[in-house]
Design a protein around this ligand. Structure first.
Ligand SMILES: Nc1nc2c(ncn2[C@@H]2O[C@H](COP(=O)(O)OP(=O)(O)OP(=O)(O)O)[C@@H](O)[C@H]2O)c(=O)[nH]1
Ligand SMILES: [Mg+2]
Length: 446
């Protein structure tokens, strides 16, 4: 099923709610944009519904004052992440960290734009959600910021829309870059969109918007062909999953969430606390272990992490565990040490269990934008990464990073983190993801 079919199927369900919201946002719309954009009214309104009660493409100081409780909560989370990034920069090379601060500031700006109005959950169904519904909602909620961020940018672009010209495409390119799809991707996208808009003779705002999103979805889908985003398990004996990534990206949290997920599926799960470097790291994993009722293999602080891995692998073999998750340090004395340590752990795992580790998952923090890509390239060079876990998508307006990962890294995103709670982890579903990003912006006409 094509991704656009998902839009059709889902937008049918959403239709009723959207009709209500549309009315509200039509009232809220400024008189200026109403008179200017008769043809494109529908899309602007649909976009507005994502950031009720106003799309607020230009936040005023007034609007910043009326931030909801939710938005201040998010700001706190982001500032913590900012700290994590600062610590991380001690380990990472200059080029990896130099853009981090600007990124965070830029995210904060977008944040202001979006959270000037409270994000309501009014489009949630009232009836008891099924588990499939719940998964859909996770995506929709987790991608709320990205959606409103991109929506606000597109909305701003379309507010001045009169006709498709060079300036329009320049601005579109800028909006795509700001959404973190990556520079190359943004340039190539706007080139292809130029062609497509001409080809389809799109003139109205709605037509142009549809062409833009349709093309984004198409390209994304094409690049994902042959992509294997399943987590692989051993045919026999324990499956070992090694987690790598710089500090603060969410390795330990993801392990805690995944352990709970597999435990619920009836698998026998074991954890290895192979981050002996950072004070408190073992305890942090132990907390997750206790919460999930899962055993944790530990070693002494500052001890050899490879020794912990060795113990854990042997316990997994001897006690018939199904899955062993290995938590590793995000930083050591330096980058070279970190990479050597990871290589050593991997060697031990492979030596003790044939075919293991079945997965080496690189955890990336979506809020660090392009910086995450630089980290990925570094890890990819020295470790056989099998897939990506993209965390904190709920905390960024730059969900476009998923497109950049596909385009530049050619590594499958296997799981996504959409919050801090134990069930805020989802298997990556391209259809859900794209829908979560563009819902409300598009009217499926195909
Ligand atoms: N909002 C949000 N926060 C997350 C997500 N995943 C992890 N976090 C938070 O990110 C912070 C860092 O997570 P950790 O799991 O400790 O990161 P780590 O990679 O193990 O860090 P080190 O052990 O220092 O290498 C914690 O406060 C987590 O709650 C997510 O998907 N969404
Ligand atoms: Mg950790």
């Amino acid at each position: 099923m094509g991704l656009f079919d998902i839009f059709k199927r889902k937008s049918k369900v959403d239709k009723e709610t959207q009709a209500d919201e549309q009315q509200t946002s039509e009232v809220a719309q400024s008189a200026e944009s109403q008179s200017e954009n008769n043809v494109g009214q529908e899309i602007v309104s649909a976009t507005n519904t994502q950031s009720e009660p106003q799309a607020s493409t230009e936040p005023t100081s007034n609007e910043t004052d009326v931030q909801s409780e939710e938005s201040s909560e998010i700001t706190t989370v982001e500032s913590t992440e900012g700290e994590a990034n600062n610590i991380e920069s001690e380990v990472l090379s200059d080029e990896m960290t130099k853009s981090a601060d600007t990124k965070i500031q830029a995210d904060a700006d977008i944040e202001e734009t979006q959270t000037a109005s409270p994000v309501t959950q009014s489009d949630e169904p009232v009836s008891q959600p099924t588990s499939e519904d719940q998964q859909d909602n996770k995506y929709e909620q987790g991608l709320e910021k990205s959606r409103t961020g991109f929506g606000a940018r597109l909305n701003a672009l379309l507010a001045n829309f009169r006709h498709v010209d060079e300036e329009f495409f320049d601005n579109l390119e800028e909006a795509l870059i700001e959404s973190d799809v990556g520079f190359e991707m943004a340039v190539s996208l706007s080139d292809q969109l130029r062609e497509e808009v001409k080809l389809q003779n799109a003139k109205s705002q709605q037509e142009v918007t549809n062409v833009i999103i349709e093309k984004l979805v198409d390209i994304y889908e094409q690049q994902g062909k042959n992509e294997d985003n399943a987590i692989h398990f051993a045919k026999q004996g324990p499956t070992v999953i090694l987690f790598v990534g710089v500090n603060g990206v969410g390795k330990t949290t993801t392990i805690g969430k995944m352990a709970a997920l597999y435990q619920r599926q009836g698998k026998k799960v074991l954890l290895a606390a192979a981050d002996t470097f950072r004070a408190g790291a073992t305890e942090q994993l132990q907390v997750w272990g206790d919460r999930d009722h899962v055993k944790v293999v530990t070693g002494p602080d500052q001890g050899d992490p490879a020794a912990v891995v060795y113990d854990a692998v042997n316990q997994a073999k001897n006690e018939d565990y199904d899955v062993l998750f290995v938590d590793t340090a995000g930083r050591l004395q330096n980058k070279v040490n970190l990479m050597n340590e990871l290589a050593k752990m991997k060697r031990i795992i492979s030596r003790e269990i044939e075919g293991a580790p079945q997965e080496v998952l690189l955890v990336l923090d979506a809020t660090t934008g392009q910086n995450a890509l630089t980290q990925a390239k570094l890890f990819k060079e020295s470790t056989d990464v099998t897939g990506i876990v993209l965390t904190k998508l709920d905390g960024t307006a730059r969900g476009g990073i998923v497109l950049a990962i596909r385009n530049e890294l050619h590594l499958p995103v296997k799981m996504v983190g959409l919050g801090e709670q134990v069930d805020d982890l989802q298997e990556f579903d391209a259809g859900e993801f794209v829908y979560g990003l563009f819902k409300g912006l598009v009217t499926a006409t195909k």
